[in-house]
Write a protein that binds this ligand. Sequence first.
Ligand SMILES: [Zn+2]
Ligand SMILES: [Zn+2]
Length: 290
Amino acid sequence: MTRPALSDCNRCENTRIVTAGARGDIARAARCRCYTECPLCDGEQYFFEVDEAGYRFTRPCQCTEVDRKIGHFNDARLPARYAQARLKDFVPGVSGGLDPTAYSAGQAAFKFVTGFRPGRQGLLLHGPVGTGKTHLVVAVLRYLVVRLGVRVRFVEFLHLLADLRATFGDHGRAEDVMHPLVQVPVLAIDELGKGRGSDWERDVLDELISKRYNAGRTTLFTTNYPVDAPPGARRGGFAPGTVARPKRHPDAAHEVLEDRVGTRIHSRLMQMCEAHRIDGPDLRRHRPGG
Ligand SMILES: [Zn+2]
Ligand SMILES: [Zn+2]
């Protein structure tokens, strides 16, 4: 049976999915204009076919897959101000003025998504405020959900703490907050190390990442605190214990990630992730978002 071919569309880059506004601070996706009504099935969402024995059966159309991805996108809670984030923003020549470290982190992110398999080692992006870490991590999540149909979730660390505090020690409600974050195949935790660094905050983080680690799930992180690894070892995969002990600075401005999250969590992070530093000018001074 011949079916009409779908036309090429620049607006959605043939994914048939576009970002369509926001609900609060959360980006929403919808079908692209080129796909409002699926031309393959005329909006029926399935085809009738006949098997070898002559029985009629229905087969779902590919538009049901597009709608499934849109559902995953809308569950991912991607921040609306990064809704247009794309990996190509980190290709030299496409986006001017980025630090070379941003391009190499972009390249690592591209390798991460093209070689993606569930449970793959995650990425930890660290560097000063406003260098594009959140932009890059959202671009990764967007690619996974829109191109590959992977279930993903974004959470800002301070928001997670606030949501948990709001449960007032009600164990059931706290579980309602944590459970989806433990279960989702790919989770990105933004702004790791922010907060007061109290024992309770560390316990929350420890519980979340230990459960994900033990279940073999992929986790991505961004942090403004540097990972004080020896030069050359920053590409990750190094065993805990081989990381040079960070110097302790009394000045909070010189704190490293390990100071913020503790040695135990820090070495777990180094096992779970490939660490990439991004340097450079504060992008937020030049364009919206960072
Ligand atoms: Zn389109
Ligand atoms: Zn269809």
